[in-house]
Write a protein that binds this ligand. Structure first.
Ligand code: MG
Length: 249
């Protein structure tokens, strides 16, 4: 069953998502050469504490950080620590806030200083694919419409679409039904209805879409170690028209 939120719950979601977006924007502002991913994570933890909200990720299935921070060949689920950001890196910051019984979830990829033109294009296309997917999150459409839209943008640009990880419903729990793959066929999969909250999150690669998990049991990397980009927003399906973007600072 895919949860459908009533108006009161939608307001609680709006708050969790707005604060998630605010903290994400503040963490993104701290990205610079020489900064460690552990420092970014501690900053996020401090900001959440001062806003009086919890990290939706900390200790989720035992995850040790408050954000997932993934550099270059790391696709998602990077563990914050001593790794230092260097000029030319790209870094996926993925974080969620839990408050009032609801969770927001969002991610962005930040360029560290100047990046190569092809990596810059990877980021642009991945963000564009996110917006194409979001535009399909409308009542009466299907989960496959979202995946198809993401896949079309990414593959038309010559990039890979990660198959092993996907977007998801989000609300009372960080991960709810439906799963939202970043590939698919129009008209297939679960029917979308007003009141559903979806976290749409394309993970797009410069080379192969095949990934593996490092020995820390968390960090997902591309098999060819070429970079990947990752953007995510939580949206609310409306009775008509385009979805409401909930993770907006
Ligand atoms: Mg997510």
């Amino acid at each position: 069953m895919i949860p459908i939120l009533n108006h009161q719950d939608q307001d609680a979601m709006r708050l969790a998502c707005r604060l998630s977006a605010q903290v994400l924007a503040e963490v993104a502002d701290r990205v610079a050469p020489g900064v460690t991913t552990g420092e970014l994570d501690r900053f996020a933890a401090d900001r959440m504490a001062s806003l009086g909200v919890a990290s939706a990720f900390y200790q989720y299935n035992g995850f040790p950080g408050c954000c997932c921070i993934s550099i270059n060949e790391e696709v998602v689920h990077g563990i914050p620590g001593p790794r230092i950001l260097n000029e030319g890196d790209i870094v996926s910051l993925d974080l969620g806030v839990r408050t009032g019984g609801f969770n927001g979830d969002n991610a962005t990829t930040v360029r560290v200083g100047r990046v190569t033109p092809e990596v810059d294009r990877l980021c642009k296309v991945t963000e564009e694919s996110l917006w194409a997917g979001i535009d399909q999150a409308r009542a009466g459409r299907h989960v496959g419409d979202i995946g198809h839209a993401v896949q079309k943008v990414a593959e038309a640009a010559g990039f890979g679409v990660v198959r092993d990880y996907c977007g998801h419903g989000v609300g009372r729990h960080l991960h709810e039904d439906p799963q939202i793959p970043n590939f698919g066929h129009p008209g297939r999969g679960a029917l979308l209805k007003a009141g559903m909250c979806l976290a749409i999150e394309p993970m797009i690669t410069l080379g192969t879409y095949r990934v593996r998990v490092l020995s820390n049991d968390w960090t997902v990397v591309t098999r060819d170690r070429l970079p990947a980009a990752h953007y995510e927003k939580t949206v609310l399906v409306k009775a008509s028209g385009a979805p409401e973007i909930l993770t907006q600072a």
